[in-house]
Design a protein. Structure first.
Length: 195
């Protein structure tokens, strides 16, 4: 039985996520550009990119309200980098939010500019039994969280991966590595949501 996983395809690292999903047996990746495509998927990935641009395009392409509705009704969603900012109920220093679904406060560009990008290997017990590579590019981080948000990973004491019910958010870019652990973890979230 194939599972359709959507990748929001308005801007950002869409092709990289699609490539990772194609490598996993039983998964059909779908690029999502309009509300009519949302009914065909069981979960959606919000890729890294420019959060302000993606936020504007969500409104222009009539995707904002349908994603909010689907996620509130249990559809699994995973935001990587900019996707974390899209999910946050608060963006530090801003008076607006995008989807505003996850009980986190996200700080944009917390790790500085593109020049401050880095890679680190880290063990994240919920996701993998071995160390996996984490790539940070102008990455945000979770400054505060509340409710039933579970911290999956910290780097130097800073929260970089969280889960809340059917929502997953990572500061880093698993799609820019060769490691499928996080994509498999998200697919398990999707499978569990169908039970």
């Amino acid at each position: 039985m194939m599972t359709n996983i959507g990748v929001l395809a308005l801007q950002g690292s869409v092709a990289e996520h699609m490539k990772m999903l194609y490598m996993i047996e039983g998964i059909t990746p779908c690029e999502i550009r309009g509300p009519q495509e949302m009914d065909a998927i069981s979960g959606i990935i919000l890729p890294g990119g420019e959060s302000t641009t993606i936020g504007k395009l969500l409104k222009e392409f009539d995707l904002l309200d349908i994603i909010i509705e689907k996620v509130k009704n249990g559809m699994p969603v995973w935001g990587t980098c900019a996707g974390m900012i899209l999910l946050a109920k608060e963006i530090i220093g801003e008076d607006y939010v995008h989807l505003g679904l996850m009980d986190i406060s996200a700080k944009r560009n917390a790790y500085g500019s593109q020049l401050d990008s880095f890679r680190i290997d880290c063990k994240i017990p919920d996701v993998s039994d071995i160390e996996i590579p984490l790539v940070f590019i102008r990455a945000p981080l979770v400054e505060n969280f509340s409710g039933n948000v579970k911290v999956l990973a910290r780097i130097n004491g800073k929260v970089v991966a969280v889960r809340q019910d059917n929502m997953l958010a990572t500061s880093f870019h698993p799609e820019l590595t060769d490691d499928l652990s996080f994509h498999r973890y998200f697919i398990k979230m999707v499978s569990d949501s169908k039970k």
